[in-house]
Design a protein around this ligand. Structure first.
Ligand code: CFM
Length: 474
């Protein structure tokens, strides 16, 4: 058995089936870690909750919308500074957060009046915004406030506003992934088909599962537009609420993050017959193949080839400069979900990095299947890791850098392993040809920065060496 039990988790033996080391000639059936199960009591999970997956990952990137939490004000925490899904209309959705501000008395006596007042107050405060999403939280779900009825009441009273209700409390799944599912289905049930768009091209797509982290969506949509394609809606980065109501009118769903948004694509296929095409915006080769796949669907191969040639010529030389200097750098690829397989082999193939470990906080077994298939023997794969396991893995697998989130990243810094923010990026966007250069540059800067060596020196000591001997720039 290739399972790996961390020393620090010996007291939680169930953890053993959540980590594997890929063996020589292992086939996937015997070396997949378990995934998408409830976190084992006693292990301190790094996962988010189902509310977070619905609101903070998928809901809030929608731009022209008041996003209101029906719950305690603390549930609104993720906002400007913690999320980086920018929009081109002044970042309204990041700058302002709204909550009905439930208190103990509301838990006892109900919070529907409080919510009604909050909705009206928010629309009054921002009269130019006519769209709203309301998110259920654990507190409001437990007391059973009927948010759908209330939203309908307000829409009847204010005919120019439209409200979407997302019932995905924190406990509605083992992780944020449960919330992705809930909001996908809620959106297609409540909103798709309720708005008719203006069709301006013979080629019309929805671009799905991209949340515009530091501008990813802008980069990708620029390629589509240059091919003559109309991007009817983006689910949901920099997306407009009414555009997303008209998703049923696209000819093709182009899906980037399958982990978080395959559900709505599958439903659009079943209900409206719109095919789903999975693509990949990371890496020169995968991006070029993706653009060509979209082009083949519409017969736009010439247009796609022109973009591929132009962008490759423009960005490849700079990329190569970094790739040469990244060869053999050992990486722990520790994101939340799909980046585990989006990046695993392409950073090895194109940048020469050496992936020694992959993990996912909430990936399903299908994600591990794709991830483990793409790494070499000897690689450690972990599902839903805890902080101590991360530390032990760094000690045993000795990465030069880890790609992960802020919390595990701060832990890595303490043991002087540089980290890059795989979620929000350092200097993104990282998608697209230009983005791939930015990613390589960020890795280069992290790996070759002397700061991690310098931080180990005790400057209070008399024998503090003036020549610190840190890695010199190549
Ligand atoms: Fe998809 Fe995402 Fe990801 Fe994800 Fe996320 Fe994210 Fe992520 Mo952070 S939707 S699965 S829930 S690509 S927020 S934009 S970076 S963990 S790997």
């Amino acid at each position: 058995m290739p399972y790996h039990l961390f020393k620090c988790s010996e007291c939680i033996p169930e953890r053993e089936q959540h980590a594997v080391v890929k063996g020589e000639g292992e086939d996937l059936t015997s070396c997949l870690p378990l995934g998408y199960l409830n976190t084992i009591p006693g292990t301190i999970s790094e996962r988010g909750c189902a509310f977070c997956g619905a609101k903070h990952v998928i809901g809030t990137p929608m731009k022209d919308v008041i996003h209101l939490c029906h719950g305690p004000v603390g549930c609104t925490y993720d906002t400007w500074q913690t999320k980086r899904y920018i929009s081109d209309d002044g970042n309204f959705q990041l700058k302002y957060t709204f909550a009905s501000d439930m208190k103990e008395k509301h838990v006892v006596f109900g919070a529907e009046d409080q919510l009604r007042n909050s909705i009206k107050e928010a629309f009054r405060a921002f009269p130019h915004i006519k769209r709203m999403t309301i998110y259920q939280t654990c507190a409001s779900a437990l007391i059973g406030d009927d948010m759908n009825a209330l939203a309908q009441e307000i829409m009847d009273e204010m005919p120019d506003v439209d409200i979407f209700v997302c019932n995905s409390p924190g406990f509605a799944g083992p992780s944020q992934s449960g919330g992705h599912h809930k909001i996908n289905i809620a959106w297609i049930n409540q909103k798709v088909g309720t708005f008719e768009p203006e069709i301006k091209s013979r080629y019309v797509i929805n671009y799905v599962g991209d949340y515009n982290i530091q501008g990813d969506v802008e980069v990708m949509c620029d390629y589509f537009r240059r091919m003559g394609i109309q991007v009817l809606s983006v689910f949901t980065g920099n997306g407009r609420y009414d555009d997303l109501r008209s998703m049923h009118r696209a000819q093709l769903n182009v899906l980037e993050c399958a982990r978080s948004a395959e559900y709505i694509c599958n439903e659009l296929r079943v209900r409206y017959g719109i095919p789903r095409l999975d693509i990949d915006g990371f890496g020169f080769e995968m991006l070029s193949e993706s653009l060509m796949k979209v082009a083949l669907f519409f017969g736009l191969e010439k247009e796609a080839q022109a973009i591929i040639d132009e962008e490759t010529a423009r960005w490849k030389p700079e990329f190569d400069w970094y790739a040469k200097r990244l060869k053999g750098v050992k990486v722990c690829l520790w994101p939340g979900g799909s980046k585990l397989w989006h990046w695993a082999h392409i950073i090895e193939k194109e940048m020469g990095l050496d992936v020694v470990s992959i993990y996912s906080k909430f990936g399903h077994q299908g994600d591990f299947e794709k991830g483990v298939a793409r790494v070499k023997p000897g690689t450690l794969a972990i599902d839903d890791p805890n902080e101590l396991e991360g530390l032990e893995a760094m000690e045993d697998w000795k990465p030069d850098i880890i790609f992960t989130g802020v919390r595990p990243g701060e832990v890595a810094k303490k043991v002087r392993v540089p980290y890059l923010n795989a979620h929000a990026y350092h200097n993104g966007p990282w998608k697209g040809y230009e983005g791939w250069v930015r990613f390589a540059r960020d890795i280069y800067n992290a790996v070759y920065s002397p700061i991690h060596q310098l931080s180990g020196i005790d400057i209070s000591k008399d024998d503090f060496p003036l020549d610190c001997g840190f890695m010199t720039q190549k």
